[in-house]
Design a protein around this ligand. Structure first.
Ligand SMILES: [Mg+2]
Length: 233
């Protein structure tokens, strides 16, 4: 099925609620503020320089990234896990102090798509691996924070599937138990977490994964970017 046919069969604009991933889906960060917040916190706990080499960040959660980095460099869980609140607070402070260094771009047609769905009366949510203290700064810097009705951050959660479940709970309390909900993300992990929550997934290849890699996860709709969506008039 070619792209226009796929988009017309899947009625993307008819859902009650849309849950959006952040990085690679709504925005692209050309800076490394978030990355260096991880390095700073990891280094502080490990007592030696630690970065995210060899750790899968895309599609992970902030706590999951910390966990994977500590495992890779051999810091025992008994050392870092009790200090997670301190680690997250340190990362939040790091980002807050350097938010003027953000170089964040909203991806093509994101704002138009969000505004169209809002005007149609849809509930818009964020479902992301970002910690609240970091994700809010990023969306505010992009100028789109105010377009969302609900937020599911990853605070206290390590698995994406659990972040999406948190978002679904918020969405159903806002829009009703029978609300039709769709997830939009840029990674195979987003598609898998959506399906694990029995939700359809719209995959958009504006992150590091290719259209073909996303197609392999069988999303209900796969896009090269939001520019492929025809916004109804
Ligand atoms: Mg992403």
């Amino acid at each position: 099925m070619n792209q226009p046919e796929q988009a017309s069969v899947f009625q993307w604009a008819t859902f009650d609620v849309y849950l959006f991933d952040v990085d690679g889906t709504l925005i692209n960060c050309a800076d490394a503020v978030h990355y260096f917040a991880f390095c700073d916190a990891l280094t502080a706990i490990a007592g030696r320089p630690v970065n995210l080499d060899g750790v899968t960040a895309h599609g992970n959660t902030d706590t999951g990234i910390l966990r994977d980095a500590f495992v890779r460099v051999g810091v025992p869980e008994s050392v870092w896990r009790p200090r997670l609140p301190e680690i997250c607070a340190r990362m939040a402070a790091f980002v807050r102090e350097r938010r003027h260094e953000f170089c964040i771009h909203t991806l093509p047609m994101v704002r138009d798509t969000l505004q169209h769905l809002r005007a149609r009366g849809a509930i818009l949510g964020v479902a992301t691996g970002n910690l609240e203290s970091i994700g809010t700064h990023k969306l505010a810097a992009a100028g789109i924070l105010d377009l969302f009705h609900l937020f599911a951050w990853s605070d206290g959660l390590e698995q994406r599937v659990d972040v999406f479940a948190r978002a679904v709970t918020s969405a159903r309390s806002l829009a009703g138990q029978d609300a039709n909900i769709a997830v939009i993300g840029d990674t195979p992990a987003d598609v898998r977490a959506a399906h694990a929550n029995s939700l359809p997934a719209i995959a958009v290849a504006t992150g590091i994964y290719t259209y073909e890699q996303l197609q392999d996860e069988s999303p209900e709709l796969c896009l090269h970017s939001f520019e492929e969506l025809t916004i109804p008039v």
